[in-house]
Design a binder for this molecule. Structure first.
Ligand SMILES: NC(=O)c1ccc[n+]([C@@H]2O[C@H](COP(=O)([O-])OP(=O)(O)OC[C@H]3O[C@@H](n4cnc5c(N)ncnc54)[C@H](O)[C@@H]3O)[C@@H](O)[C@H]2O)c1
Length: 344
């Protein structure tokens, strides 16, 4: 099983590490940033990674700047004053939250991205990471093994903003030579942090309920198949893409990224191996409508060919890692895993 910890341990002779970038992460307090910040700090040094968000973070210590990414002057000031050489631009309003106020979602997501690109261009920042999403696909895309170059006609404000953002990323690369790199994350599943208002959040929430011995009501249909990725794989993919030689990065909009695919029924069955009494019912809400237009699975051949992407976690490994780590977090309130694992 490959994880970002293995990447860090195995790869410490990488010449990239001797260059020590100075990294700014926007939206650092979110589900991904909470895990990416420590990973970047282990890899590049604590003082070389500046976390930033709308408010100070409780999740980690170290360098932190309050930055509203829609404020270009503030962003420029922090980049200039700290000699930032790389920006990981995570700040965004996600799919489910975004549908509550579509125009605000568009304004925030686009203003923040264009500020990051402009500031990076003017300050000669070396690399920018821009996360896109499977939400860029809409009704025109083939739902199974969705190709990287599918036509993008997203049906959420979030997806529209990310599809536009991919094109802006490519524009800054082509017009200004700004080295912007991007992946389309599937639903990210991790035990370290809470999800921030996405359509795949059920696949994190469900584990917390199972470990706490509580019932769960799922907001998607039981057969709604979606592409997902374990957090360790998502973090490793991000760092691997950012460290790949520039000439290997042939797609400057965004790379499809695949981990695994499952539906709620598959996940419930895997969790019930550990917690046979786990109670789940289904009450699909507006997020089911969003999910029904998204791919079932993703073809990530270009990422594999161009920068060597390979996912490390299958469903069983993901379920085991989630339950073991949440048991530790909650001090083992519902400790069946030991019994069932021993029996297996
Ligand atoms: N989590 C997933 O499953 C997933 C899937 C696909 C893509 N992504 C993308 O990855 C990135 C990170 O996702 P996440 O799950 O960590 O999101 P999240 O919602 O958990 O966190 C987003 C963070 O951005 C911050 N933020 C919002 N507006 C801001 C602003 N104007 N200025 C500065 N900070 C602001 C929020 O305070 C929050 O801490 C996003 O761009 C998202 O679109 C995530």
């Amino acid at each position: 099983m490959k994880s970002w910890r293995a990447l860090i341990l195995l790869d410490s002779s990488n010449p990239v590490l001797s260059m020590k970038p100075t990294i700014l992460v926007t939206g650092a307090n979110g589900q991904l940033g909470t895990v990416l910040i420590p990973a970047l700090r282990i890899r590049y040094g604590t003082d070389n990674v500046i976390a930033s968000d709308l408010r100070p973070a409780a999740a980690y210590t170290g360098r932190f700047e309050v930055i509203d990414a829609t404020n270009e002057d503030r962003l420029a000031e922090v980049v200039r004053d700290n000699g930032v050489t790389q920006i990981y631009h995570l700040a965004a309003i996600l799919s489910a939250s975004g549908e509550q106020d579509p125009l605000r979602t568009w304004r925030i997501n686009m203003t923040a991205l264009l500020n990051v690109l402009e500031v990076a261009r003017k300050a000669n920042v070396e690399k920018v990471f821009y996360p896109s999403t499977i939400a860029v696909f809409g009704e025109s895309a083939q739902l199974t093994n969705t190709p990287n170059d599918s036509f993008l006609d997203p049906l959420t404000a979030y997806g529209i903003s990310k599809a536009a953002g991919e094109n802006w990323a490519q524009y800054y690369f082509v017009k200004y030579g700004l080295d912007v790199r991007s992946v389309r994350y599937p639903g990210v599943i991790g035990y370290q942090s809470d999800p921030g208002g996405g359509t795949t959040d059920y696949a994190v929430d469900i584990f917390h309920k199972a470990v706490l011995g509580k019932p769960y009501t799922c907001f998607l249909q039981e057969d709604e198949m979606l592409p997902m990725i374990f957090m360790d794989d998502a973090i490793r993919a991000t760092i691997e893409l950012m460290e790949a030689p520039s000439e290997g990065i042939k797609i400057r909009t965004s790379y499809n990224l695949s981990g695994l695919s499952f539906c709620p029924a598959d996940l419930v069955a895997a969790i019930k191996v550990v917690y046979p009494d786990f109670q789940v019912d289904f009450a699909p809400d507006f997020r089911q409508e969003i999910a029904s237009k998204w791919p079932d699975s993703i073809d990530d051949t270009p990422a594999r060919e161009d920068w060597g992407w390979e996912p490390g976690f299958d469903l069983q490994q993901l379920v085991t890692a989630m339950i073991e780590n949440l048991q530790k977090k909650y001090n083992n309130p519902n400790p069946r895993i030991g019994k069932n694992q021993a029996a297996a």
